[in-house]
Ligand binder design. Structure first.
Ligand code: HSE
Length: 438
């Protein structure tokens, strides 16, 4: 049988890695797919041919991406340009031309996935996006297929390698934020705009996708709450450790009584949890299903070959399904398109979680009692309190409080009142806390 012909958009870190994997493992891949797979046409604005193993296999390379999606020979387009535009126009054009698409573009899927999937469904083509979430970890396959028997209860994941690398290096080696970020950029992990990593946008793109797959709702990136790691202070990392917790930048989606939670924020988690020990650029996703219980998926969330592993696995999946009836294929968002629900995504004020608070208080009688009074009036129960010694010559002390679960709106009210009260100076630091138990 003729090999399947691929049009490749982008020859950067992941594009180059995909060429290498398709070349290096060509024989194994053909044995799995049932056909050979050849990149016949590629487009890239700039690339370094000497750094891409297998590049000589590609028949034609130009800088015209639209020529690739319009090439009548091409069966499957792999989009590895990233960003919203022109990736969106290219993917929609490829679909219009009847081509299947494989993409690693989480921003594109999170923001425009609903329209892209509708167009693909109308045309009877597949859009595969395993590499869009957690790089090399087959988490989309796991949630969409492996856990299809379950009512998913929640997902919590470390889904940005750069952010995890920064937090790990700062904690373990006391390195500077900017220095670690520069290293992540050199290694090809960081986004083109690194604020996407540090402020949680990249994780929010991925969480949006996971939330839809888990709960059968349309993609709603604009409703995902996002808070980054740039304001984490070394003293909070140290206090958390003293109390038996680690701070991880988590994406959390949960089925609550009145809607779906979708939130990315720094989170204290017990240090004994496996996921608390996922360090460096590695990713891990914890999925709780009602039948299976908690399951954990771990691996490289970024980098050339790990991400290429997911891209090429998608190509194999598409090749295997080329001759299937489109209505019998795995639905893009795990649930049949007419079975997606309008269950609301909850605003952060309606989310319930536990909290770590660091309050800068004057070291004098009555301050603690007044803070405890405010918390009690807002219905917030204290789980632990720690007061540090004042530093030499200082009149204030850091007061650390852990609370039981409460709605964020009540915590917002309490924090506003504490900040306005006598004996408290500056802003209250608030970090959310999750036990992540089964
Ligand atoms: N910038 C992303 C990360 C790359 O650091 O995880 C993979 O999506």
């Amino acid at each position: 049988m003729e090999p399947v012909k691929i049009g490749l958009l982008g020859l950067g870190t992941v594009g180059g890695g995909s060429v290498t994997v398709l070349t290096r493992n060509a024989h194994e891949i053909a044995r799995r797919a049932g056909r050979g797979i050849r990149i016949t046409h590629a487009a890239a604005r700039q690339y370094e041919p000497e750094r891409i193993e297998g590049i000589e296999q590609i028949d034609r390379i130009s800088d015209d991406a639209f020529a690739v999606v319009d090439d009548p020979e091409v069966d499957i387009v792999i989009e590895l340009i990233g960003g919203y535009s022109p990736a969106r126009e290219l993917v929609l054009k490829a679909i219009e031309n009847g081509k299947h698409v494989v993409t690693a573009n989480k921003a594109l899927i999170a923001l425009h996935g609903n329209a892209i999937f509708a167009a693909a469904q109308a045309k009877g083509v597949m859009v595969a996006f395993e590499a869009a979430v957690a790089g090399g970890i087959p988490i989309i396959k796991a949630v969409r297929e492996g856990l299809a028997a379950n009512r998913i209860e929640w997902i919590a994941g470390i889904i940005n390698g750069t952010g995890n690398f920064i937090l790990s290096e700062m904690r373990d080696k006391g390195r500077e934020f900017a220095d670690v970020l520069a290293e992540a950029q050199r290694l090809g992990y960081a986004e083109a705009d690194p604020t996407f990593d540090v402020e949680g946008t990249d994780a929010a793109h991925k969480l949006t996708i996971l939330g839809s797959l888990a709960f059968g709702i349309p993609l709603q990136f604009d409703k995902t709450f996002t808070e980054g790691i740039s304001r984490i202070e070394p003293q909070d990392v140290a206090f958390a450790a003293e109390l038996g917790y680690r701070i991880k930048h988590l994406g959390i989606t949960r089925r609550a009584a009145d809607g779906i939670e979708m939130r990315v924020h720094p989170t204290l988690i017990p240090h004994r949890r496996l996921i608390a020990n996922v360090d460096g650029v590695m990713n891990a996703v914890l999925v709780k299903g009602d039948a299976v219980g908690p399951t954990l998926y771990y691996g490289a969330g970024a980098g050339a070959l790990p991400t290429a592993s997911a891209v090429v696995a998608d190509v194999v999946d598409v090749v295997r399904a080329l001759t299937t009836d489109p209505t019998n294929r795995v639905p893009h968002l795990a649930f049949q398109p007419d079975e997606l629900t309008d269950t609301p995504v909850l605003p952060i004020a309606a989310v319930e979680t536990a909290y770590y608070l660091r309050i800068t208080a004057l070291d004098r009688p009555g301050v603690m009692a007044s803070i405890a009074g405010i918390l009690s009036e807002e219905g917030i129960s204290i789980e632990a309190i720690k007061q540090k010694e004042p530093a030499a010559g200082e009149m204030t002390v850091p007061l650390i409080l852990l609370t039981h679960r409460v709605r964020e709106a009540a915590m917002d009210r309490a924090i506003a009142r504490i900040q306005a009260s006598d004996g408290v100076s500056g802003e209250v630091v608030r970090l959310r806390m999750e036990t992540l138990d089964g």
